[in-house]
Design a protein around this ligand. Structure first.
Ligand SMILES: [Zn+2]
Length: 156
């Protein structure tokens, strides 16, 4: 049985999908970039929601962990002491049943976060370069996703 499927898998997948989509837009012809730019507010919002979900992961994890822990304790839950060597309930187990393991935090979301911000950023830079937005608008979008403009990127 699956021990624990972290919701971070969901959050990571979402961030990855948005990043990939924006990267595709960035590498498109200018007329396609112009088409996608028409929905820039949607994409900025998607990115912000995704970043927020990543940032609040720990809070949700803690809630989930505590709820699971309390349930196990209150109902004195036991699960079969499965063992890969015995290929079933462990022969060395003293009564064959154990208290289930609690989920573990096992994530690093720094990379995925950075990647998402960069994807939005480089899409905006491309929009800027083809003349879809000016520096002020660029700055405002960058503020929304929590990044700065590197003046070097604005050179046309
Ligand atoms: Zn065993």
């Amino acid at each position: 049985m699956t021990k624990y499927l972290g919701s971070l898998d969901f959050e990571k997948q979402r961030a990855k999908l948005i990043s990939e989509q924006l990267r595709k837009f960035t590498d498109s012809y200018a007329y396609m970039v112009a088409g996608q730019f028409a929905n820039i507010d949607f994409w900025i919002n998607e990115a912000i929601t995704s970043l927020k979900a990543l940032d609040e992961h720990n809070i949700r994890f803690e809630k989930m962990y505590n709820a699971q822990k309390n349930w196990i304790e209150e109902k004195k839950v036991k699960v079969p002491d499965y063992c890969y060597i015995c290929n079933g309930i462990c022969e060395l187990s003293h009564d064959g049943y154990i208290t289930p393991d609690l989920p573990k935090q096992k994530i690093d979301k720094t990379e995925i976060r950075k990647k998402l911000i960069n994807s939005v950023y480089y899409f905006l830079i491309r929009c800027y370069k083809v003349g879809l937005l000016d520096q002020e608008e660029m700055k405002s979008f960058c503020n929304q996703i929590g990044t700065d403009i590197d003046p070097y990127d604005l050179k046309k």
